[in-house]
Ligand binder design. Structure first.
Ligand SMILES: Nc1ncnc2c1ncn2[C@@H]1O[C@H](COP(=O)(O)OP(=O)(O)OP(=O)(O)O)[C@@H](O)[C@H]1O
Length: 298
């Protein structure tokens, strides 16, 4: 599956990157404040030592269509990073690159690098299944296996050949997913019999049971009601004490509430701004980001 990828360490696709020279960005003499910066991404540089994942010049095409444009950014450890931007700007594509979920999509062609703790995750000797235990994923729609609650959580550990105290690990994962109290007396019941919000927390328990370092979440609350959404949001805040959480969300209020850092992608798959969430929502550097956040488009 992964053979379909062509990974390069060079910046062969840089011809499609925006020209970083502000002077060249306009022929208009009347430049208003902020305008000169609009084509130059404002990306906070997280030092190598504090970033758990780093993408460099990450570019993705699906056939002829470019979905990501030379994305270079470091994701800080044990914080919540929100990825926001209008529909189709490449948020999910970016997330899926971080644990090689795009391996499943034949049309996806990737160039650039993604490093997890300094290791190129697209290197030939990397086992994507083992990688996904370190960089787990939770999807938009809760997708428990048609198995018992216990077996859902134990699944990854069993595949891993875990030989320790399985009951303790299952309990710990369910506690960390804020689900233990609700299900401790029904561990043998089907995961499919839980409510939507409980199913999503079960999926989070399943993702964290193998003790990953990073949890990727693709709109994990968008299919949930407001009460279940609030529980998942509280859970995300708790998770970031132990894990690095990267979450794609359409909901800007949610991004503002739960994240420490925000990455704003705009049309064409360009990462336009990355930095502290407060700064981005209160005082973005980039005019296009301000327009997006204030609802002028998107
Ligand atoms: N499997 C695929 N095959 C072909 N094109 C794809 C595929 N997945 C995504 N794309 C295209 O790549 C671009 C980026 O899609 P992506 O899903 O990453 O954006 P997004 O920002 O997550 O969108 P949304 O907010 O609507 O979920 C879109 O134009 C989309 O149509």
């Amino acid at each position: 599956m992964s053979d379909s990828y062509h990974i390069q360490e060079t910046d062969a696709d840089s011809s499609s990157s925006p020209d970083p020279t502000p002077d060249d960005s306009s022929t208009d003499d009347t430049v208003r404040p902020g305008e000169t910066d609009d084509l130059v991404p404002t990306i906070e540089d997280v030092p190598e030592s504090q970033s758990v994942i780093r993408s460099e010049d990450l570019t993705v095409h699906y056939g002829d269509e470019q979905a990501l444009q030379s994305v270079t950014v470091g994701i800080p450890e044990r914080e919540v990073t929100a990825i926001i931007g209008p529909s189709g700007c490449g948020k999910s594509t970016y997330l899926r690159c971080l644990n090689r979920m795009n391996d499943m999509i034949d049309a996806a062609k990737i160039s650039g690098t993604v490093r997890f703790r300094g290791t190129d995750i697209y290197a030939e000797d990397i086992d994507p299944v083992a990688l996904r235990r370190k960089i787990g994923m939770v999807f938009q729609k809760p997708n428990p296996f048609p198995k018992s609650i216990y077996d859902n959580v134990a699944y990854g550990l069993k595949i891993q050949g875990f030989e320790g105290d399985m009951d303790a690990r299952v309990e710990e994962a369910l506690r960390n997913a804020a689900l233990w109290d609700e299900v401790k007396d029904q561990l043998d019941s089907s995961g499919l019999d839980l409510s939507g919000g409980q199913q999503q927390r079960l999926c989070i328990a399943r993702a964290i049971a193998p003790d990953p370092e990073v949890v990727l979440m693709d709109e994990p609350a968008s299919a949930l009601d407001p009460v279940a959404t609030a529980k998942v949001e509280d859970l995300i805040a708790d998770l970031s004490e132990q894990y690095t959480v990267i979450i794609v969300t359409h909901n800007m209020q949610q991004a503002a509430r739960i994240s420490d850092k925000t990455a704003v992608f705009l049309t064409g798959g360009q990462l336009v701004e990355f930095g502290n969430t407060d700064q981005i929502f209160e005082n973005p550097e980039n005019q296009r980001v301000e327009d997006y956040i204030t609802g002028k488009f998107g």
